[in-house]
Structures are given as C-alpha cells and as structure tokens.
Write a protein that binds this ligand. Structure first.
Ligand SMILES: Cc1cc2nc3c(=O)[nH]c(=O)nc-3n(C[C@H](O)[C@H](O)[C@H](O)COP(=O)(O)OP(=O)(O)OC[C@H]3O[C@@H](n4cnc5c(N)ncnc54)[C@H](O)[C@@H]3O)c2cc1C
Length: 421
C-alpha cells in the first residue's frame, strides 16, 4: 500500500471507530489499523455504555446496534463478610430516551468499526502498529512490521497502554495511575436474569459493589445484565493490589462466593474471562505535530464512583479529533498549533469539562475507609435495626454507638466526598 492517507487511526475500539466513521462521512481517505483478529476481539469493559455521545454521532443507534439491555435499575451494594446493604434505584424515565445500555464489546466493536467501513474507511485487522513514522520531527505515518504507511495525521486510539502516545513522548506509565479490571461473562437464560434482577424483558440492571469484595483494596465490583448473560467483575488500583499481596484471582473467587453474589450467579456457566487496565488518573498530552491522541490512550475517562464513563469519552474524543483533522486539512497545516483545536473542542464539550469537575475523584476513591469502615458500618447499623433481641435503641443512638471515636474522620470524609464525586 503506497498511497498517502488523510488520516491513519491506530486501534478500532470506540475512540478509533468514532474518528474513522466521522472522517469517512466527511469524505476523507481514512485507514484504521487494529491488532486484534477483528475489532473487539481483545477488548474488555464492564459492560455499560451511556447513550449520550454515540447518539450525537448516530442518532437512535440502539435501533441497529447490538446493544443488550437498556439500564433502568441502578443498585449500589455495600458488602461485609456476612451481610450487605443495597440501595436500589429504579427509574423508567431512563428508558425514554435511553440513558445507558449494557453491551458486549466483541459484538459492539465489530458493529461500530463496520459502520466506519460502510461510510468509506478502510479497516485492516490483525496488524499491530509498532512505531510512528517521523519526518522533520513530525509524525507522518505508522510502521507495522516492515510496512511504512503515510498520512497527514495519525490518530492514536490504541487504548490505555498507548504505545503510540509513548513513542511520541506524550506519556510515561506510572502504575499508581492505573486500575486493573477482571471480568467474567456468565451465561443464563433471559428469564433467569429477569427473575433474579426483577426486570421486565429488554430492561437491564447495573449493580456496583464496594466493601468486602476487594478485601479493603480501593476499587469495587460490578454486575451488568446482558440479554442472556451477566458481565461480572472487579476493578482495583494496581499499586494497592501489589502492596496487599492478594492475588487478583482470589478476589474474583471470593466475590463469586459471597452469599449476596452466589445466589445471583448460581447455575450459570462462565464462558469468558478477561482482564485489562483502566487509566483512572493517567492523563497524557493530547497532540503533537502530526498526531492526535484519543480515548483511553489519552487517559480520557471519568470514574465518579457510581458512573464510569470511558466509552462515551472515547467516542466524543474520536469525534472531536475528526473535526480537528477536517479543519487542519482545510488549512493544510498539521503542526501542533493547528491540531490544538482538538483540545479546544474537548474543553467546550463534556469531555474535558467532566474531567475537570471530577478531578479530585481518583484521589478520594483511594481512601481505604470507603472499602472497610463504611460498608461495615452500614451493615452493622442495619443489623442492629433488623435484630429484635431485648430492648431496642433508636437509630440515632445506634449510630452514635457504632461511630464512637470516628465521628470527626467521618465528617471529614463526607465533606471530601461531596467535593469530589
Ligand atoms: C474491567 C473494565 C470495566 C470497564 N467498564 C466500563 C463501563 O462499564 N463503561 C465504560 O464506559 N467504560 C468502561 N471501561 C472503560 C472502557 O473500556 C474504555 O474507556 C474504552 O474501551 C476506551 O476506548 P478506546 O477506544 O479508547 O480504547 P480500547 O477500547 O482499549 O481500544 C483500543 C484498540 O486499539 C487496539 N490496539 C492497541 N494497540 C494497538 C497497536 N499497537 N496496533 C493496532 N491496534 C492496537 C486494541 O486492540 C483495541 O481494539 C471499563 C474498562 C475495564 C478494563
């Protein structure tokens, strides 16, 4: 292949496909290179995508995309060893228009990349990009094995551990900025899922867990309901996992055998297991001469405790990158100053606005009391409320007794939490 492309996109995840689809629709000559056998083959996520970003690119996408269930039920469970407290929020307004969907990446990424191909982009799967091609200190293409391919702009959409951002000198990897996520897909009949999660057909649940499930290591666990399977997993900060000397597989095993979880997954068949890193607080430079960085590769992800937004950040940043490339092509200027329009677009959209709003959340979420003291406290309080064994105390007195010597700390954490999440 000796032709020069308007843009080469490295990685066919949601960020890459959003950029490729947008540029192809604008009529540009786009190549997307993916190392997996097919888009989505190597991709891992919890399983919930908010609809907002993709709906702006492909209105009513859910009518054609392989989405699983529309999430109408949100649950947060605080787990101790023997008991659990669950907040259960149900809102049918989350259906119309749909707020979020559970998805399976192997199907979804193929569909999305195929949309880009239908729009005119070229997709080459099964090829790993090894390096960037440089000329006069400017990125002018990619190197894959012995092949060198040229483009006006390269878009690095190669995920959390972005080789392209590293090669461009835009990123240094620090373990403390990353979390690791482990995930299983467990098969059931649709009816079993609907019965166990109290759902109508097509409706879905997203359930998050904190406490005992991570053995006090900052992080949490999740279950998302698909049509005929559950996506279940654990996310923990890498540094703290290493320090704790706990094996990752042990966390999964114990989570699955916790009484609150065991009954939800009883009788299911594990059909897939995977693990991947998450850039919890790993920001990178967004552009350099001839290169833009999008999605996880740029560390564009928000975890506000309940809401994990990685997919929509990836899609919105891919769209913004395409817009910036269009303007750069119009000016025939692919140097930093021209490509900085990408950052301007992100600042004026929810991407960098949300990153700014929740900038304190990664630090706050590493507070170990969130995973030990508070879930234990909630479980103990509810235990006392539920138990009838002689004279009972009022809730407030139970609370005072359970929090003896810890009240100032609790108030401090509460204030920090309200300022961070
Ligand atoms: C366990 C877990 C749970 C998560 N849960 C959620 C969730 O519920 N909701 C949510 O919104 N987000 C979630 N996320 C985050 C979400 O998965 C990411 O934010 C999102 O996938 C980012 O998309 P991306 O396109 O930037 O990167 P990716 O999806 O990682 O795509 C990168 C692509 O680049 C390809 N690639 C990498 N290197 C090369 C190379 N050298 N050459 C060619 N191709 C390459 C990869 O194969 C991949 O296809 C979760 C992540 C994990 C790990």
């Amino acid at each position: 292949m000796s032709e020069k492309f308007d843009a080469i996109i490295v990685g066919a995840g949601p960020a890459g496909s959003a950029a490729a689809y947008s540029l192809a629709k604008m009529g540009f000559n786009v190549l997307m290179v993916e190392r997996g056998k097919y888009p989505g083959a190597k991709n891992v996520m919890g399983g919930r995508m908010y609809a907002y970003a993709l709906n702006r690119l492909i209105p009513d996408f859910w009518k054609e995309a392989p989405v699983e269930r529309c999430v109408t039920r949100e649950k947060l469970t605080l787990l101790s060893e023997k008991s659990s407290v669950t907040l259960d929020f149900q809102d049918n307004e989350l259906l119309e228009p749909p707020n979020s969907f559970t998805i399976l990446r192997a199907k979804f990424d193929q569909w999305f990349a195929n949309k880009a191909v239908e729009a005119g982009a070229t997709l080459i799967p099964n090829i790993r990009v090894d390096d960037l091609l440089w000329k006069d200190k400017r990125v002018v293409g990619i190197v894959a094995g012995t092949d060198k391919l040229e483009a006006n702009v390269v878009i690095a959409a190669d995920g959390a551990v972005s080789l392209m951002a590293e090669k461009a000198g835009l990123k240094k990897f620090l373990a403390k900025e990353f979390a690791i996520g482990m995930k299983e897909i467990i098969e059931f009949s649709g009816k079993t899922i609907e019965d166990r999660f109290n759902l109508a057909s097509e409706e879905g649940a997203a359930q998050l867990f904190i406490g005992q499930c991570t053995k006090q290591i900052p992080g949490g666990a999740f279950i998302y309901t698909n049509k005929t399977s559950l996506s279940l997993g654990i996310v923990v900060y890498i540094n703290q996992l290493i320090e704790s000397k706990v094996e990752a597989y042990e966390l999964m095993r114990e989570f699955n055998s916790n009484p609150a979880i065991a009954k939800l997954i009883a009788g299911g068949k594990i059909v897939e297991y995977s693990a991947h890193v998450i850039p919890e607080s790993s920001r990178t430079g967004l552009f350099t001469d001839g290169l833009l960085v999008v999605g996880d590769a740029a560390g564009l992800l928000v975890n506000s405790g309940i809401t994990l937004m990685g997919m929509d950040m990836a899609i919105a940043s891919g769209m913004a990158a395409a817009e910036a490339v269009k303007i750069a092509i119009g000016k025939n200027d692919f140097l930093k100053k021209s490509l900085s329009y990408y950052e301007y677009l992100l600042k004026n959209d929810f991407v960098l606005a949300d990153m700014h709003t929740f900038k304190r959340s990664p630090k706050f979420l590493q507070n170990t009391r969130l995973y030990s003291l508070y879930p234990e406290l909630a479980c103990k309080l509810f235990h006392r409320l539920a138990l009838v064994k002689g004279p009972k105390k009022r809730l407030f007195d139970e609370f005072l007794e359970e929090t003896k010597g810890k009240k100032i700390q609790i108030i401090r954490d509460l204030i920090k939490g309200l300022r961070s999440l």
